[in-house]
Design a protein around this ligand. Structure first.
Ligand SMILES: *[C@@H]1O[C@H](CO)[C@@H](O)[C@H](O)[C@H]1NC(C)=O
Ligand SMILES: *[C@@H]1O[C@H](CO)[C@@H](O)[C@H](O)[C@H]1NC(C)=O
Ligand SMILES: *[C@@H]1O[C@H](CO)[C@@H](O)[C@H](O)[C@H]1NC(C)=O
Ligand SMILES: *[C@@H]1O[C@H](CO)[C@@H](O)[C@H](O)[C@H]1NC(C)=O
Ligand SMILES: *[C@@H]1O[C@H](CO)[C@@H](O)[C@H](O)[C@H]1NC(C)=O
Ligand SMILES: *[C@@H]1O[C@H](CO)[C@@H](O)[C@H](O)[C@H]1NC(C)=O
Ligand SMILES: *[C@@H]1O[C@H](CO)[C@@H](O)[C@H](O)[C@H]1NC(C)=O
Ligand SMILES: *[C@@H]1O[C@H](CO)[C@@H](O)[C@H](O)[C@H]1NC(C)=O
Ligand SMILES: *[C@@H]1O[C@H](CO)[C@@H](O)[C@H](O)[C@H]1NC(C)=O
Ligand SMILES: *[C@@H]1O[C@H](CO)[C@@H](O)[C@H](O)[C@H]1NC(C)=O
Ligand SMILES: *[C@@H]1O[C@H](CO)[C@@H](O)[C@H](O)[C@H]1NC(C)=O
Ligand SMILES: *[C@@H]1O[C@H](CO)[C@@H](O)[C@H](O)[C@H]1NC(C)=O
Length: 820
């Protein structure tokens, strides 16, 4: 394979070198008496190395073979050191160890003593933000210099420009490393490999001028360098290095369309080109990829390209094309035509996720070597597939792709029925994602597929009403999604033992019935995420795998207590949603398991007793829903420790006491606070007005007295009429958990799930508030204000008319007067 040839070569070098130094080691132990004859090490260089070692902190003993003891005399046998077997000079210093076992400390200038060094590698060490020492520039024989991933900071010393023998230079992935000019590179005419990833070249306007004149340049990596844009001009191009430049990575910069003018016209030698995450916009000019081109790897993802150019027809060596997350609106069949002219037998990976590609999924058997096809999140359909020149239907053409390993066409508008005959030849398939289309899967009950899948994602593919029996033939899968598949069945017992690798199980939104078996010994490979929500499972919640990370069981008929909860280990446990079941009893006192919980939703059950005060120190909790149970007692002060809490819904319980003042100061991220329908008394604490992000404040149906605080006017999030994000959601492993809340909207309960982040509402109704309504003129973002059923007096504030977004205003059942 040509891809990454440069990298392979240097790896090989390194490998040979490591082998050599491994082979040499035993010689030290074996050698007897007549040692001095063997010793090649030059004393002056030995001292230089020892002094260099003195400056280092060697926590992992990498340099334990470096020493003064008799059996360590020969520095040419030290780990990482190689000498010339003719002159005895130290020629190579290879200090690359594992990234998590770095050397630290200082780089002593004694290294200057190693004037014959031609190889210096310090990759993966940690020099804690020091600058690259300028004296390295005086090691003039160095050909290979690797100071990448080594914790250096600051300016690249221009003295490196004295290393006139340099062929390989890697300064990538340090911190805040900077070079204001690249002029220092320009004299290094032997340079073949230049890797300056993440070196800030924002001011180095000469970069292109310099690198384009390096006559031997083979590989140039400038990922994330903040490259300044280069003005199109005929004087800059890669024409002088065009014979050699094979690998070019300019990803993660703000490179714009002008790149075409100096790049494509002169780069027929390019094999690997990465322009991902830049500012390429609109169409690529048709002249971009001149004929012929050796391009094998092309990454254009994360730009704003709108189409693929005609010149894709010339990519006769193309093996991988990545063009995800652009604005491609091509008809997929046209795109395939362009690509298949020339790369039909070479293309292995085609990745076009998250575009706006239209049309049908054409005959992909055009590409005889295709291994991966990613078309997730586009606008594909198959409406006019059957009667055109593409042979067969979507499914038949898939069926002939016997090399295919990955098929991902999720989230399109594909329609039609897939039968076992259509998948029977895909014996290499390991990844199948057909989710969120309008596909019907119709497999016979005795079907034995020829593939063994790792990833099975069939969400919203209709497969019911029976449980998909073909799954019994699969026992390597780690992810299984058969959510919303219209299955009305029990889960057969054999299912739970099918795959020991399973860590993502989504059976949600079907009509599964029956009880769950003891699951504590299943899913043991990796912390599992289990979503069985929106079914009709019943009985107690069984023992669950101890390492569970998400347990989402809402909308079922589970009953009994939460006794299973105390076995779960807190290490991975993040999401627990048991809402809308028939669970009862008190919350167990095993708060230790809740220390990293992010979402706890127990709403709409029959829990009772006090909310335990022991779930302290959880600062990860984002969402706590206990609505509609029978909790009693006061709001426990442990909630104070949920310092990132975003949604707190305790409505419809029997919680009493005052609304604690700390709610305003300890929970600064609250967006939704609902204490509706409880027994809170006392005043609304003014600290509530410190909640800068609050958008839903519902304290209705309590016994709250006192006046409506004037400071409500300070609720910043409600003063903005711009909306925040529509959804309040938190990341699951592969999806999001959408938070939601029940609000009373025009006297009706309404659930807000996809638009919760847009709602801005204050409800203080059905309390014992008195006094006048304050001027809440700043709350221009407010959509609903309900102060009804209190004892408010005085006039209706005249400026309330300024709240122009207000959609629902209820001041009824008070003792208000009309304004005069
Ligand atoms: C590295 O140099 C600094 C400053 O000269 C010194 O304080 C520190 O002790 C040195 N570290 C080692 C391991 O020698
Ligand atoms: C020097 O060592 C290299 C390998 O390290 C070997 O190939 C070469 O033959 C040796 N030369 C002499 C003169 O020993
Ligand atoms: C680099 O070379 C120049 C002139 O050839 C010399 O003046 C300078 O001292 C050298 N720098 C280093 C660090 O060797
Ligand atoms: C290419 O090299 C020639 C001769 O070395 C030089 O005159 C010319 O300016 C160079 N062109 C570019 C674009 O660097
Ligand atoms: C390539 O060069 C030719 C002539 O030098 C020019 O007409 C064409 O526009 C250039 N192509 C690109 C993509 O810049
Ligand atoms: C690409 O799509 C994004 C988001 O849909 C849009 O903001 C942008 O203007 C589009 N760019 C082009 C060049 O069409
Ligand atoms: C198709 O590819 C061939 C090389 O196989 C090339 O010569 C030809 O120009 C391409 N056809 C078109 C229409 O681009
Ligand atoms: C599967 O492969 C066989 C033999 O190569 C072929 O005859 C058959 O048409 C293929 N089936 C499908 C659905 O492509
Ligand atoms: C709950 O457990 C904690 C220790 O984990 C203990 O201090 C506390 O007394 C317990 N509470 C009850 C009500 O058992
Ligand atoms: C409260 O929860 C019960 C189940 O315990 C459910 O039947 C009822 O509909 C819920 N009420 C509301 C208003 O959601
Ligand atoms: C509300 O804002 C005003 C003016 O910015 C400030 O003086 C007052 O202290 C704030 N009140 C509260 C309770 O934060
Ligand atoms: C399970 O699938 C449903 C519907 O496809 C989706 O909404 C939900 O987020 C998935 N659950 C998890 C844990 O990913």
């Amino acid at each position: 394979m040509v891809i990454g040839g440069g990298r392979c070569r240097s790896l090989q070098l390194l490998f040979v070198f490591i082998l050599l130094s491994l082979c040499m080691k035993p010689a030290v132990g074996l050698s007897t008496g007549d040692e001095d004859a063997d010793i090649k090490c030059i004393e002056r260089e030995r001292q230089a190395l020892l002094m260099f070692k003195q400056g280092l902190i060697d926590e992992y003993g990498h340099l334990s073979s470096w020493g003064n003891e008799d059996d360590k005399k020969d520095c040419c046998k030290w780990r990482g050191v190689s000498c010339s077997n003719q002159t005895g000079h130290v020629t190579m210093l290879n200090l690359q160890f594992r990234s998590y076992m770095p050397l630290r400390g200082n780089i002593s200038s004694s290294l200057i003593g190693l004037q014959h060094l031609n190889y210096l590698n310090m990759k993966y060490n940690d020099f804690g933000g020091k600058q690259i020492p300028a004296f390295i520039g005086s090691l003039k024989n160095i050909r290979h210099l690797d100071l990448s991933n080594a914790g250096f900071t600051g300016r690249v010393p221009y003295q490196l420009g004295n290393l006139t023998s340099l062929q390989y230079l890697d300064l990538s992935f340090n911190f805040d490393m900077l070079s204001k000019k690249l002029e220092w590179l320009s004299q290094l005419s032997f340079l073949e490999y230049v890797r300056l990833n993440q070196v800030n070249l924002g001011e180095a306007t000469d970069w292109l001028q310099v690198v384009s004149q390096l006559p031997s340049l083979t590989e140039l990596q400038l990922r994330g360098c903040n490259l300044p844009s280069v003005i199109a001009s005929s004087s800059v191009s890669f024409s002088n290095s065009s014979r050699s430049l094979a690998h070019l990575d300019l990803s993660l910069n703000d490179v714009s369309n002008s790149v075409y003018y100096w790049l494509f016209n002169s780069s027929s030698s390019l094999v690997y080109l990465d322009l991902s995450s830049n500012k390429l916009q609109g169409p690529i000019p048709d002249s971009a990829f001149p004929n012929p081109t050796s391009l094998s790897y092309l990454d254009l993802s994360n730009n704003q390209l709108v189409s693929v150019p005609k010149s894709f027809r010339n990519l006769c060596r193309l093996r991988a094309l990545y063009q995800d997350s652009n604005n491609l609106t091509d008809l997929l069949p046209n795109l395939f035509l362009k690509l298949s002219n020339c790369s039909r037998d070479t293309l292995e990976i085609l990745q076009l996720n998250s575009n706006m590609l239209r049309g049908s999924l054409p005959d992909i058997t055009l590409f005889s070597s295709l291994k991966e096809l990613h078309l997730y999140d586009n606008m594909l359909d198959v409406l006019y597939l059957n009667n055109n020149r593409f042979t067969g239907t979507l499914t038949k053409s898939i069926g002939q792709l016997s090399q295919l390993e990955l098929l991902d066409v999720a989230s399109n508008s594909l329609k039609g029925m897939i039968t076992e005959a259509h998948l029977s030849n895909l014996s290499r398939l390991t990844y199948l994602d057909l989710s969120h289309n309008s596909l019907i899967l119709n497999f016979g009950s005795g079907w034995v597929p020829s593939f063994e899948l790792n990833i099975i994602r069939l969400g919203a593919c209709k497969q019911g009403p029976q449980f998909p029996k073909w799954l019994q033939t699969q026992n390597k899968f780690s992810e299984l999604d058969v959510s919303a598949a219209e299955i009305s069945d029990t889960v057969p017992n054999w299912f739970w033992d099918l795959s020991p690798n399973l860590y993502y199980l989504n059976l949600s939104h079907n009509h599964f019935t029956g009880m769950l078996p003891d699951l504590s010994q299943k899913f043991t490979a990796y912390p599992p995420e289990i979503d069985l929500s929106a079914n009709s499972f019943e009985g107690p919640i069984p023992p669950i795998p101890l390492t569970v990370t998400s347990l989402i069981l809402f909308k079922n008929m589970f009953s009994g207590s939460l006794s299973f909860l105390c076995q779960i280990s807190d290490e991975h446990f993040r999401y627990l949603d048991l809402s809308d079941n028939l669970l009862s009893g008190e919350l167990p006192n095993c708060s230790k398991n809740w220390q990293k919980l992010t979402v706890l939703n127990l709403a709409n059950n029959k829990f009772s007793g006090k909310i335990p005060d022991s779930m302290d120190f959880n600062c990860m909790m984002l969402s706590l829903h206990l609505r509609n149970n029978s909790f009693i007692g006061e709001l426990p002060s442990s909630v104070k420790s949920f310092t990132q809490l975003t949604v707190l819904d305790l409505g419809h319980n029997k919680i009493s006491g005052i609304i604690p003042a700390w709610i305003g100061d300890s929970l600064p991220d609250l967006v939704v606070l609902s204490l509706r329908s409880n027994n809170f008394h006392g005043r609304v604490p003014v600290q509530v007005c410190h909640l800068q992000r609050i958008q839903v404040l519902d304290l209705s149906q309590n016994n709250i007295s006192g006046t409506v605080p004037q400071c409500l006017n300070n609720l910043t999030a409600m003063t903005a009429n711009k909306s925040s994000n529509a959804m309040i959601r938190y990341p699951l492993r592969t999806d999001y958990y959408n938070d939601h809340a029940l609000l009373v909207w025009k006297r009706k309960d309404s659930e807000y799930r996809n638009t919760l982040g847009l709602v801005k509402s204050i409800d203080l109704s059905s309390n014992r508030l008195y006094g006048e309504i304050p001027e809440v003129t700043s709350l221009v973002g407010l959509i609903s204000l309900n102060l009804s059923k209190n004892s408010l007096t005085g006039p209706i504030p005249s400026k309330i008319g300024g709240l122009t977004l207000l959609n629902s205003l209820d001041l009824s059942k008070n003792m208000l007067m009309r304004a005069t």
